[in-house]
Design a protein around this ligand. Structure first.
Ligand code: SF4
Length: 549
């Protein structure tokens, strides 16, 4: 492979695509697809109770941390900020990362880069690289498919097999719920931990799995539990955290690594909390006690459909599994697909109700979407079912089908998707209430557990339950009377249980903080109704910069 002539002396800019994001424009921004993962595809029907936060562009942060060249990361720039950075500093290499919906922005950024910095080499990576024929659509010198750290190290003539240094990443920015922006105190938000990328399960629609090699393949950044433990200790001390958002598509699949991590955690008395993504078959490799001792407090699990035949769901009673996790204080985020091949207008209501009946703490609904690079896309393309003329900005799984479905029209796909979000909210209440319910179950079950690490973790979580979350319950109980009286009664019952556990604290917070939160939630509803949206801040981070000058 070609190596850049300046090698590690080359100055590099790594940028995400430009905003604003929560608006409709010709570059692919869409108001229904803001830069907010949860609000966008999980809690979007929950009004002021929607969980809103921004996540950084972790891929470019990882690359920056693993090269010795002088490097700037520019996250969430505006077009002007991107051009300004190229004018203010000369860069030998400009790296742009994007997902497929942002192909129009990548094209525009390449145009700006050529104009402002004609000598620079332009490298494009991230999921957008899977777009067929991308090279002819944009003016870039290199399109990088798959894992980018080793590519960049090779390009700079550095050792691509050197150990991976993990950057200190705070998992969420500017978190907001019920109109209140949570304080960004050091240690108050989980650290992002990225042990691997890809997933060997190879579900036909899965972009991440396909991008990092497909079925049977994945890339481990940390091979064993000892390496992982060391990285977590480092993040714990840098960010002062106890909790980790584990960004690994199927963390629990590698049982040996997870169990070694547990051994090390026990030896060192670490009372950590882990939010993980995992397939149902992988979760079933563990007893509930093992999961609890490992600190698993939140699981994102694909439920897809009761009639799908994905390998990860074979032989697992997902209904029973969800209940067990919840009874053990582990919050579940289910994920259901709308528009699978067997779906018809006649069975859609039952499929949606099936998903809603899980009563998970959070529920993501996504349209079945053939995305370039996946086996599903290849199959649909062979069958001539990919619709042409659709703007890539609209292919994000939250709008309408991008393929011809046997029984459901494009317009109906959106109608069913919207209905699923609404029904989940109306039948189950705000996710914040459901989380509180699961937390209380966990506390009641484990408050006297023999392992002090486990007791400490539940006590930590429960502190919030007896204070701010309890005031939020007071508000939700009131506000839900208008939507679903029975859910309001359930929230009331939960609040009484919390009060029984923490009589003094719960009474004080409900009466003092409750009215304030009610005012703020109603103000937020009015803001949202008038079209208010949120945008992430532009962030610039430089590394090895002094030595460059
Ligand atoms: S189990 Fe999840 S992460 Fe793995 S391939 Fe299937 S959808 Fe993707």
């Amino acid at each position: 492979m070609e190596i850049h002539p300046k090698q590690s002396r080359a100055r590099i800019l790594l940028s995400s695509v430009f905003g604003p994001y929560a608006q409709d424009d010709e570059f692919g921004s869409r108001s229904i697809n803001p830069m907010e993962l949860y609000h966008n595809q999980v809690t979007r029907a929950q009004g002021s109770f929607s969980l809103r936060m921004f996540h950084r562009s972790w891929g470019i942060m990882l690359i920056q941390a693993n090269i010795s060249a002088p490097c700037t990361v520019l996250d969430f720039p505006t077009r002007e900020a991107f051009a300004r950075e190229l004018t203010a500093n000369h860069y030998d290499i400009i790296g742009i990362t994007a997902i497929i919906v942002n192909v129009g922005k990548v094209k525009e950024m390449c145009r700006i880069a050529r104009e402002v910095s004609p000598d620079s080499i332009i490298v494009v990576g991230g999921h957008v690289a899977a777009v067929p024929g991308l090279e002819s659509m944009i003016d870039a010198d290199h399109v990088v498919r798959g894992e980018g750290i080793s590519w960049m190290r090779r390009y700079l003539g550095e050792d691509e097999h050197a150990p991976i240094r993990h950057p200190a990443i705070v998992s969420g920015l500017q978190t907001r719920i019920m109109g209140v922006r949570l304080p960004q105190r050091k240690g108050s938000t989980a650290a992002t931990l990225i042990p691997s990328v890809g997933c060997p399960m190879g579900c036909n629609f899965c972009t991440t799995s396909a991008f990092f090699g497909g079925k049977g393949k994945f890339v481990n950044f940390y091979e064993n539990g000892d390496e992982l433990f060391d990285v977590m200790c480092q993040l714990e001390s840098q960010l002062k955290v106890h909790s980790f958002f584990v960004m690994d598509e199927n963390f629990l699949l590698y049982r040996k690594r997870a169990m070694r991590l547990l051994e090390r955690m026990k030896e060192a008395g670490k009372s950590w909390e882990l939010s993980v993504f995992s397939s149902a078959n992988a979760i079933r490799k563990y007893s509930m006690e093992e999961l609890v001792e490992l600190g698993v407090s939140w699981v994102w699990m694909g439920l897809e459909s009761p009639n799908s035949n994905y390998g990860k769901l074979q032989g697992v009673d997902t209904r029973q599994l969800t209940r067990e996790l919840s009874d053990n204080g582990i919050r579940v985020q289910g994920s259901t697909i709308i528009g699978l091949e067997h779906h018809t207008p006649d069975n859609m209501a039952a499929e949606i109700q099936h998903a809603v009946d899980y009563q998970t703490d959070f529920h993501q609904f996504m349209l079945y979407t053939p995305v370039p690079g996946t086996p599903l896309y290849r199959q649909m393309a062979e069958q001539g079912r990919i619709l042409t003329g659709i703007d890539p900005g609209d292919i994000h799984g939250q709008y309408k089908f991008n393929f011809r479905h046997a029984a459901i029209s494009r317009d109906d796909s959106k109608m069913f998707l919207d209905r699923a979000f609404r029904r989940d909210f109306e039948c189950n209440g705000p996710s914040l209430y459901r989380m509180c319910r699961t937390m209380l179950r966990g506390w009641q079950r484990y408050k006297n557990y023999p392992d002090p690490r486990v007791r400490e973790r539940f006590a930590r979580e429960t502190k919030k339950l007896s204070s701010a979350y309890n005031a939020a319950l007071w508000v939700m109980e009131r506000e839900f009377r208008k939507i679903n009286e029975s859910v309001s009664e359930q929230i009331h019952a939960l609040r009484m249980e919390v009060k029984k556990e923490f009589p003094v604290m719960a009474r004080i917070t409900a009466s003092l903080l409750g009215p304030l939160l009610l005012w703020s939630a109603r103000r937020e509803e009015r803001r949202l109704a008038s079209g208010c949206t949120y945008e992430p801040p532009t962030i610039i981070e430089r590394s090895n910069w002094v030595s460059a000058s």
